[in-house]
Design a protein around this ligand. Structure first.
Ligand SMILES: [Zn+2]
Ligand SMILES: [Zn+2]
Length: 185
């Protein structure tokens, strides 16, 4: 299995296709939202771009994981498939530092700068996963989360606190209504 994209090989033999599956561990991704990671599969077509030294990487990464819901704190299964389109260009002179900001215009947001003419598929896959994991994962759109009063998971069981809060609200409304009636009369 070839799991490194080599630009020299593309120069020599033309466009290349790659496909690899990796087992990941949660530490590699370092995201608290991650409970458990499944395998990730990445498929990439790599070819030369229009600019000198430019390479275009088109592909898809697919992975499954268990994420922890940011509201109710329960793990839930997550599956993601993200297509990507990246342009790799040689790192401009004088910006050797890994994290140095390079001015790029909006339509060039998918540009990445390389110093090495080899890109491990696993690095690409990790990058796509980082982008795909939501900042605030939700087990379901309307997850009610934990009850702020008794801590019960309101997705699973109803607690008494909620109904008493609702009752209070009705009580408050009734109070306002009485108040308005008094003013009217
Ligand atoms: Zn939840
Ligand atoms: Zn409660």
């Amino acid at each position: 299995m070839q799991d490194i994209i080599e630009f020299d090989r593309i120069d020599k033999d033309g466009p290349q296709s790659y496909r690899a599956t990796f087992e990941l561990n949660a530490e590699e991704l370092d995201r608290v939202e991650l409970e458990k990671t499944g395998p990730v599969t990445i498929e990439v077509q790599a070819a030369k771009g229009d600019q000198p030294g430019e390479y275009i990487l088109d592909g898809t990464s697919t992975f499954t994981a268990d994420l922890r819901c940011s509201r109710c704190d329960e793990p839930y299964p997550f599956a993601n498939t993200s297509p990507f389109h990246l342009r790799f260009r040689p790192r401009p002179e004088g910006s050797e530092q890994e994290n140095e900001e390079v001015e790029i215009s909006d339509e060039e947001l998918d540009v990445e700068f390389y110093s090495e003419r080899a890109v491990p598929l696993k690095d690409l896959a990790l990058e796509q996963i980082q982008l795909a994991i939501p900042m605030k994962p939700l087990c379901e759109e309307g997850c009610l989360g934990l009850c702020p009063q008794c801590g019960v998971n309101r997705r699973r069981e109803a607690c008494k606190c909620e109904s008493s809060v609702v009752d209070d609200r009705w009580g408050a409304l009734a109070g306002i209504r009485d108040e308005l009636k008094k003013r009217e009369s």
